[in-house]
Design a binder for this molecule. Structure first.
Ligand SMILES: [Fe+2]
Length: 184
């Protein structure tokens, strides 16, 4: 397990480990940037853009030397959210913490959602607990930042293109630094 407490730690971690495979034809850093670009294009807040960029940081923290193993649930969303909470606050950490439950929620409320998921995301649903029951979906809608988490989930699902990137992780460093400084 790697400890990250500053934006510099985050930048170093993605610099050192970002080339690890995300597992669906893209690297961790490519996936991160694609999700942030989708968030930006949707008109999301800076906090949600940074959440999109860093939503899988837990994978890099937990699995520093290997790609994620989708056959086990590593609770990467909680590990990542814990690392981000002190640095950026709830507007970043809560959507990150909820991006896996958001998938279970969308599988419950949107019948078109599951069939459109990537094969890896379909396979990991079971180990993540499966689609929510109706009462679980209602409870999810009472959580703070649940809408942001659903939006983040859509960026996550869309950020797996094998086309060449037009943006870079470094492009988002000023935004991360600004958000972190507002937190202090
Ligand atoms: Fe992701």
């Amino acid at each position: 397990m790697i400890t990250v407490t500053t934006v510099d730690d985050i930048v170093d971690l993605y610099g050192a480990r970002g080339r690890l495979r995300y597992g669906e034809g893209v690297t961790q850093v490519e996936h991160a940037v694609q999700c942030a670009v989708l968030a930006e294009a949707s008109g999301a807040s800076d906090a949600l853009i940074v959440a999109a960029l860093l939503h899988d940081v837990g994978h890099l923290v937990v699995h520093p030397d290997e790609t994620a193993d989708f056959s086990i649930d590593d609770h990467h969303e909680l590990v990542g959210a814990e690392a981000l909470a002190d640095m950026f606050g709830a507007a970043v950490s809560r959507p990150v913490a909820l991006h896996v439950p958001a998938k279970r929620y969308l599988c419950a409320v949107d019948r078109d959602y599951f069939p459109a998921l990537s094969r890896a995301s379909q396979m990991s649903l079971d180990v993540q607990g499966g689609a929510f029951e109706p009462a679980e979906a209602e409870a999810f809608e009472r959580l703070s930042y649940w809408r942001e988490a659903v939006a983040l989930r859509r960026f996550d699902d869309g950020g797996k293109s094998d086309e060449a990137a037009t943006r870079h992780f470094a492009d988002f460093i000023p935004m991360m630094r600004r958000l972190a400084s507002q937190r202090c």
